[in-house]
Every structure is written in structure tokens, then in C-alpha cells.
Design a protein around this ligand. Structure first.
Ligand SMILES: [Fe+2]
Length: 253
């Protein structure tokens, strides 16, 4: 019971202070000709193929060596709120974003949507030629054992736009609550995806090699079509290690 209370409280603080949204910091105007309500979209939608994924991986490994580990530190300074850095740290730790299991690397000049000047050409082209305007580009790197609790990142897409993920070197594992069941989606490299992070979800990384996920916000829902809904992975027929993560989720929730 204590855990449930803590998780509920932590989620309340997360949303009220817009911790994953950073208010309107680094955001762009959102195309309002589409819905901004999460319930109007499927949880994971395949957008289009990414054919040069191997080159993007090489570039990502090179970029990460040059990028600073200051993602949250840099951005949370800009939140309009009364929350202390200590509470912030407690909330992030409680949800599962801990030092050693997860690290974000911003790809733009802080405070802008302009990409850092030293980024390599393929990554730059992918982002600059993307069919929507994009912002808050980052590599979300997860290490073996990363395993978050259920949460939502924010409640609507009015300010923050729509999350796009491009798994670079390893599948991204995300579990959504659908009809009170845990439904696992496995996002394979080679495609871009919309991920409905304003619905209840959690994520984990079960592999030894760190996972690099190129993630950013799209300012429009024009690419998101429910016909391209990604089919969930059947939990009952998956590898043993997935089952273990499923059990952890039941305990953690
Ligand atoms: Fe999330």
C-alpha cells in the first residue's frame, strides 16, 4: 500500500510540475489542425522506414562521446515551479530514471531547437528533413536493468507535441496499460515510431549492450495514422527475461 501511495504521489508531482515536459522550454508551436488528446491515438504507430540505421548508429556513438551528461540538470533550471532539486531528484529516482541506468544527451543548443554544430551529416539530415518540425532532440540511452514504474509524461500534446522515437542500435521496450492489462511493444530499429507517452506506460531495457534511442517531439500529428498501429508482443510467448520484467512490473505498480 505504501508503494502505491508513493507512486501515486510521485506521478502527481511529475504532472503538476511538468517535469518531463519542461513547460514550454525548447518547444515549438503545435499544429492544431489535429487532435492533441492522447486518447485519439493508438499507443505505438509505425511512421516510416529509416534505411541508413547503421550509419546513424556510428554517428550516435561518435556524438555521445562529445555530448555532456547534463540533460536534466540543464533543463530543469527552466521549469517555473516551487519544487526543489532534491524533490525533483527523488521523483526521478522513484520513477526509475537513475544515474547508471539512464542518461539523456541533448542534441541541440540548450534553449533552442538548433542542432549542435558538430553533429554528423546523416543525423543532421534525418532531423532537418523530417516531414514535421521537430524539437527537444536527444539520445535516450538506457543500460541493462533500466526499468521504470508506470507514469505519464504529460497530459496533452498542446505544448509538447508528439513523441517520435527512432531506436538506433537495439529494440526499445515499452509497456502500456490497455484495458487493465500490461501490453508490451517492442520497437525494432529501422523505423520511426510515434509513442503515446501521455497514456500510462513504462519502459525497460533487458540487454547487456546499452540502448540508444533517438527521441524528439514532432510539432504535428500529420504522420500518425492508426492504420500503422504496431502490434504488441504477446507476453505469454516471449523469452524468459521478458517474463521476469513483467513480474517486476506487477510488484512495482
Ligand atoms: Fe515516459
Amino acid at each position: 500500500m505504501k508503494n502505491l501511495m508513493n507512486t501515486a504521489l510521485v506521478n502527481k508531482i511529475l504532472i503538476e510540475n511538468d517535469i518531463f515536459g519542461y513547460a514550454d522550454y525548447e518547444s515549438l508551436p503545435i499544429d492544431k489542425s489535429f487532435s492533441t488528446k492522447p486518447n485519439d491515438f493508438c499507443n505505438v504507430v509505425k511512421l516510416f522506414p529509416i534505411t541508413n540505421i547503421r550509419i546513424l548508429e556510428e554517428e550516435a556513438i561518435d556524438h555521445i562521446q562529445h555530448l555532456e551528461k547534463n540533460y536534466f540538470k540543464e533543463r530543469i533550471k527552466n521549469l517555473p515551479m516551487n519544487i526543489t532539486p532534491e524533490i525533483m531528484r527523488e521523483v526521478l529516482t522513484e520513477i526509475g530514471f537513475t544515474v547508471g541506468t539512464y542518461q539523456g544527451y541533448g542534441l541541440r543548443i540548450p534553449g533552442t531547437s538548433n542542432l549542435l554544430p558538430f553533429l554528423n551529416v546523416n543525423t543532421k539530415q534525418l532531423i532537418e528533413n523530417f516531414p514535421t518540425r521537430t524539437f527537444r532532440h536527444q539520445y535516450a540511452v538506457a543500460f541493462e536493468g533500466w526499468n521504470t514504474k508506470f507514469h505519464i509524461d504529460h497530459t496533452t500534446y498542446d505544448t509538447h507535441g508528439y513523441r517520435c522515437m527512432i531506436p538506433i542500435n537495439s529494440p526499445v521496450h515499452i509497456v502500456f496499460k490497455e484495458n487493465n492489462k500490461d501490453i508490451l511493444y517492442c520497437l525494432e530499429p529501422g523505423f520511426s515510431y510515434f509513442v503515446n507517452i501521455a497514456n500510462m506506460h513504462r519502459a525497460f531495457h533487458p540487454y547487456k549492450n546499452p540502448r540508444i534511442n533517438l527521441s524528439f517531439q514532432m510539432n504535428s500529428a500529420k504522420l500518425i495514422k492508426s492504420v500503422n498501429k504496431l502490434n504488441p508482443v504477446e507476453w505469454n510467448f516471449t523469452e524468459e527475461k521478458y517474463k521476469n520484467f513483467n513480474l517486476v512490473s506487477q510488484v512495482m505498480y
